[in-house]
Design a protein around this ligand. Structure first.
Ligand SMILES: [Zn+2]
Length: 199
């Protein structure tokens, strides 16, 4: 245990995802030694992100306005929706420049082990977006792992009877991993080679 505020900082950092106790300690001492102006900038952006950033009312992506930049862009094809787990997947797919439609961010994947069922994901919001009949194809771009596959299978069963074309990214993505870890070329290729889901 360190004295007072240093230990408080380590405790707070240690609660962040992907930062273990050792990492928290390393970051804390980095900050202690850092230029005050640099630390100030970090502190400011932490406060600012909570004040300004939110989730898009349409797709669930991070946004600075009521709707995200992609949902507001009239050049994006409203007939295509690509379903992803997290906002970071939107960034990964945008980088490939393969997709000109819109997104839907579920906010996770079905995981019975972690107690995450379909009700915890933004699936109702997705169904609501399909009501006006503008959307013709849903591309399932969940992660290539057990939870991602289960989520895609669930959505396929639900969406197919609605008369929509439901596609899934082609294989070739690193199995068991996150979409974001695939390089641009591989992800772009998986996107271009998408196939009907569940076949
Ligand atoms: Zn949006």
């Amino acid at each position: 245990m360190y004295e007072g505020v240093v230990q408080d900082l380590i405790d707070e950092l240690g609660r962040l995802p992907g930062v273990g106790p050792k990492g928290a300690q390393r970051i804390a001492f980095h900050l202690l030694a850092a230029d005050p102006a640099d630390v100030r900038r970090l502190a400011d952006v932490l406060v600012e992100v909570k004040a300004k950033a939110r989730f898009c009312s349409v797709c669930g992506n991070v946004a600075e306005e009521e709707q995200c930049r992609i949902c507001r862009d009239p050049r994006r094809d409203p007939a295509l929706i690509c379903v992803v787990e997290e906002s970071k997947d939107v960034v990964a797919i945008e980088r490939t420049r393969e997709f000109r439609g819109r997104y839907h961010v579920l906010g996770g994947a079905i995981s019975p082990l972690e107690g995450i069922g379909p009700e915890q994901l933004r699936i109702r919001e997705l169904i609501a977006r399909l009501e006006d009949g503008v959307v013709t194809e849903i591309i399932l771009a969940t992660d290539p792992n057990i939870e991602g596959d289960a989520t895609a299978a669930y959505l396929t069963r639900m969406l197919r009877p609605m008369g929509l074309q439901v596609t899934r990214l082609a294989s070739g993505l690193p199995v068991g991993g996150d979409l974001e870890y695939a390089d641009e070329v591989t992800l772009g290729r998986a996107f271009a080679g998408r196939r009907s889901a569940g076949e």
